[in-house]
Design a protein around this ligand. Structure first.
Ligand SMILES: [Zn+2]
Length: 354
């Protein structure tokens, strides 16, 4: 936290010059946080988990939810509960506990969801100098090596055009090329990748009837377990060159970040809806091509400054914001995350993406 204290009133909060910020590391292991081998008890009205702040009536076997004051009965397996025999989550010193849920769904307990593998789609910008691309490649290889073996991995590279790599086709490298200068709809992405309605019905919302965690061909073609595709992906990265399209003197490289992100989003939407999959975008500069463009290619025209934004003098701003807003909505409806990694924040223009 910024100051390790929390403003107690609205007035105090508004008087904070430096905004209140909190950094949370939910999966960091902590020696003082116990892990419980069962599912949490949930309040029947608001679904909060039973916790140390709940009031408990040990004789009536009832707990009162501290959030909504709903009275909840303990289930039969909590029958032994008493003031001297507390389940771990009710110990006053354990205000935070972790629950380790079984992989098999338990029909009697809907809070036990089937565990899908984590999914990562890397989106790599190739518009950078050789040396930088070398660094980002080695960082990506390192990241691949650290992923759990069963994690599913996909790969999209981009420059003037966006390339979706079919990792499941390991004999030769197979790439689907998308024009960078044209806005492309979700349906067009799927059609071009062979995942459209001709091949299969795109799943709306959450996955239904999944077998072994995933059921459609798109997964086998574009998303592979890290252990199966690490070699393919490493050799692909070794061969990957900086964007080969000529850049006119005095111009910026043509970089179709918008199309590349649309492709990655469409791919995940078709293959892994509702799974919390992540797109990991590694970008080296502003989008200059197609949808989401924030600055022209002409280097004499600087990237908009905060002053330009205030004066409404950033010609690309509104259109780009509209594009990234709709992309964000698509990601949210699919339950997916976009992580953006860049080294020069202004040059990439995060403002448009936020
Ligand atoms: Zn409640």
């Amino acid at each position: 936290m910024t100051w390790n204290v929390w403003p107690r009133t609205k007035v105090e909060a508004s008087a904070c010059v430096i905004p209140l910020a909190v950094s949370i590391a939910p999966i960091r292991s902590h020696p003082d946080i116990p892990t419980l081998p069962y599912a949490p008890l949930r309040c029947k009205s608001c679904s909060s988990a039973l916790n140390a702040f709940a009031r408990v009536d040990f004789t009536a076997k009832i707990w009162i939810c501290p959030f909504c004051y709903q009275r909840n009965h303990f289930p039969p397996h909590y029958a032994m509960i008493s003031e001297t025999n507390l389940p771990c989550e009710l110990y006053p010193q354990y205000t935070t506990v972790q629950y380790s849920l079984q992989a098999n769904p338990d029909p009697n307990n809907p809070s036990n969801v089937p565990q899908l593998p984590p999914v990562f789609v890397f989106v790599l910008d190739t518009c950078m100098i050789e040396e930088e691309l070398g660094f980002v490649k080695s960082a990506m290889k390192q990241a691949l090596g650290l992923l759990p073996e069963h994690a599913l991995v996909g790969f999209v590279s981009f420059g003037t055009q966006a390339h979706a790599h079919e990792l499941g086709f390991s004999d030769i490298s197979k790439v689907y090329v998308f024009r960078g200068d044209k806005e492309i709809s979700k349906e067009q992405v799927l059609e071009q990748l062979g995942l459209g309605s001709a091949g299969r019905r795109p799943t709306a919302g959450y996955p239904k009837g999944l077998q072994n965690g995933h059921s459609n061909t798109g997964v086998n073609r574009f998303l592979l377990p890290a252990s199966d595709c690490e070699y393919t992906l490493n050799s692909l990265l070794d061969e990957l060159q900086t964007d080969q399209w000529p850049v006119q003197p005095g111009n910026r490289a043509s970089r179709c970040t918008g199309v590349a992100l649309s492709v990655a989003t469409g791919l995940l939407g078709a293959c892994m809806p509702g799974t919390g999959a992540r797109i990991i975008a590694l970008v080296g500069g502003p989008c200059t091509e197609g949808p989401g463009t924030i600055v022209s290619k002409d280097l004499s025209e600087p990237v908009r400054s905060h002053k330009d934004l205030d004066k409404d003098a950033a010609p690309y701003f509104k259109k780009a914001v509209r594009f990234y807003d709709s992309l964000a909505k698509q990601l949210v409806s699919q339950g997916h995350v976009l992580d953006l990694f860049a080294s020069a924040l202004d040059q990439v223009c995060f403002g448009h993406l936020l």
